[in-house]
Design a protein around this ligand. Sequence first.
Ligand code: GLA
Length: 669
Amino acid sequence: MIARKVPHMIYGGDYNPEQWPEEVWDEDVRLMREAGVNLVSLGIFSWAKLEPRPGEYDFDWLDRIISLLHENGVMVNLATATASPPPWLAKLHLESLPVTENGVVLYPGARQHYCPSSAAYRERAAELVRRIADRYAEHPALAMWHVNNEYGCHVAECYCDASAAHFREWLQARYGDLDTLNEAWGTAFWSQRYGEWDEILPPRAAPTFANPTQQLDFRRFSSDALLGLYEMEKEILREATPDVPITTNFMSFFKPADYWKWAAREDVVSDDSYPDPADPEAHVGAAMSRDLMRSLGGGDPWVLMEQTTVRVNWRERNVPKRPNEMRLWSYGAVARGAEGIMFFQWRQSKAGAEKYHSAMVPHVKPEDSRSWREVKQLGAELGKLDGLLGARGEAETAILLDWESWWALELDSRPSAAVRMLEGVYSFYKPLFEANVPVDFAHPGSDLSRYRLVIAPNLYLVTDEAAENVRRFVAEGGTLLMSFFSGIVDARDHIRLGGYPAPFRELLGLLIEDFVPMAAGARNTLDTQDEGSYECGLWADLIHLEGAEVVASYKDGFYAGTPAVTRNAFGEGAAYYLGTRPEERYAKSLLQRVCEEAGVKPTLEAAPGVDAVRRRTEDASFLFLLNHGEDAVEVGLRGSGRDLLTGEEHDSTLTLGPLEVAILQEKTR
Ligand code: GLA
């Protein structure tokens, strides 16, 4: 359960009552009841109203709205309000403003205009949080804490002098002395050797490529600096309310923050997610984010903290969700472990930069709006799903994801700037999604023993421990599928010498002599041992076999006839290697082969466009069926079940209309 005080599926949104006269609040709570709202995230951007002048606090309005919500049965996910400092902070402390790598100061007037290392920001934020925590600690409406908002969304790193000093402290803790740092950063190159700590700077705009280890460490530091702010607030809240769960809202696959580290410090994982309705594959990317959120929390339930009812305001063209699409995507999240569905925001703003962003309560009268009808329908339906609480996923396949490797892979001056982490991940995720194979994400250093199949897309940077962990997984009987440019560097971004990929050569039974990054649009052909022919592009490894068998080889180019895809028996398991980016058709067939070999089964074999996901409790099993397609489909069932949404019993088959969903409580398995 996410929050003891809301022992149901959570339903609600960001609530910004400070944007409205108090008369509107009465209508708000009436409509919240009508929609089945049981939790709102309150006061996220209210610092300037709570502390209108430095040290002068006004909590009366917040007292009134919290009480009103409570009287109406709506619990509160109370924000710490630190995401957007009032303009007076910048006036008093110009140095609290963030600075870009080009030395540009980011001024107030939007939001998130603070340097994560600013002492003034930290002090003022801590004081505000202390006051909020003390004032509302015992309030019966307080169900959860919402720390700050989307850390790093606009300002993920700061290059000012305070950040430089903080960076140096962080480096001292990591390396101890300058010799070790010089060695780690490879400063013998280009005369970069540091003689004193205060010579070290963040990687500010420079004549050409900055030192890669400096860049990598700055990414680590910047994620940690933000995390330090979160921890500062968390400590204050924990002391005041040891039992109230604490979260901060993530942004799906957000590169600047190492969410493995962050999630370990949260009581509940929560995510903000805005798939683009204009993208025909939006639901696939969304599912991938949902699987990440569940995995970050170790399989525990999580909250979809923000999504939009219809459209956002911040794309070039803000295409709306189609009727029923919001409902379908919401269940896509529930299927993958969400036990809370919330929106940005409750009532659509009438002023400010987000007035064209849809909300639960639109500008037009609710009764004239299809989105309000959808909001009410979803609220009513979620109210029937208490039985699902605590049901968990059942993935036997894990995709490895490591933020440090992601950062290092995408630094500049690599063999190909076109190799992007998430594209690699997606190239495996999509075929698995389409085959209804459940997937977790896992850190390469984590316990992999519960999986049958592990996929390692472009695992460029590996520590010795992670490399050993992956080897052990295969030695003990697991099946591995690893793709190109893996195991190339250590945690310092130094090449692991001894032939690529040094830590995995024995495991994969091969040696890579060199890489062939391909020109934009260039293609090669993969000839498979069973006489298949497929396209590939982006990259080719020049592979020499050292025990592995060939699964496919290149047809063209100066390396024609050399292996592109290999398989190596290792210990009790097997390790596949994919030295290129194949077309989707091949990724599909290769994944089918490795799944079969690993004994990984799909949740259900269904028509294209049908997403089938299972969640289980100890004594019940729930099968989610979601039709993302434009046409009605018939789904064959392995047993019978009762649809929790309609109450209908289904035996052996079920017809799903376009964008329709069913949640079957299964009778037989
Ligand atoms: C983010 C923020 C919200 C709002 C929405 C708009 O998720 O957290 O405050 O700006 O984006 O999509």
